[in-house]
Design a protein around this ligand. Structure first.
Ligand code: QAP
Ligand code: CO
Length: 168
């Protein structure tokens, strides 16, 4: 197992579009384990491969209270069910320290592969619906700050750039 560095906004590598996983093999399972460890260490609930500079369609997540339910979504596809949209105060491991309200479809159907390469389908609402949409955005090079006003986004960008310079 290994901890992976997490890219932070406005790193342009976060804009890369992820390719589908062609075979769920040992190297993909190794990356799943490393991403899961990285997510737990960072106190996150979801992490997309894009955030660790691996541009394949892979997401790990754990929405349980006691971090006992790691989940994997490979090549995920979502379909909104109905027109209802819900607001949620979102954060992101790639935008540390910032939280803003984003509105998304309230209910979605998820189709994906699991860590054994088996296809599954699930209807999601609540936090799972928010999280899977947020993480699939990462695979498409999109971040939650893209839904904010350009003023808010620029303020966040400047603050993070300043922190990155101080760390360098
Ligand atoms: C995405 O986000 C998400 O700023 C996952 O300092 C967020 O795991 C989906 C985190 C909200 C649904 C709702 C953020 C940790 C973790 C921070 C995360 C921070 C430390 C964010
Ligand atoms: Co995120």
């Amino acid at each position: 197992m290994a901890l992976l560095p997490i890219l932070e906004f406005p790193d342009p590598r976060l804009r890369t579009k992820a390719r589908p996983v062609t075979a769920v093999d040992a190297s993909v399972r190794q990356l799943i384990d490393d991403m899961t460890e990285t997510m737990y260490e960072a106190k996150g609930i979801g992490l997309a491969a894009s955030q660790v500079d691996r541009h394949i369609q892979l997401i790990v997540m754990d929405l349980s209270e006691d971090k006992s339910s790691p989940r994997v979504f490979i090549n995920p596809v979502i379909t909104p069910l109905g027109d209802e949209r819900s607001p949620y105060d979102e954060g992101c491991l790639s935008v540390p320290g910032f939280y803003e309200t984003v509105e998304r479809p309230a209910r979605v159907k998820i189709e994906a592969l699991d860590r054994n390469g088996e296809r599954f389908e699930e209807v999601a609402d609540g936090l799972l619906a928010v999280c899977i949409q947020h993480e699939i955005d990462h695979l498409n090079g999109k971040l939650f700050v893209d839904y904010l006003s350009s003023l808010k986004r620029e303020r966040i960008k400047k603050k993070l750039e300043k922190q990155h310079k101080q760390q360098a």
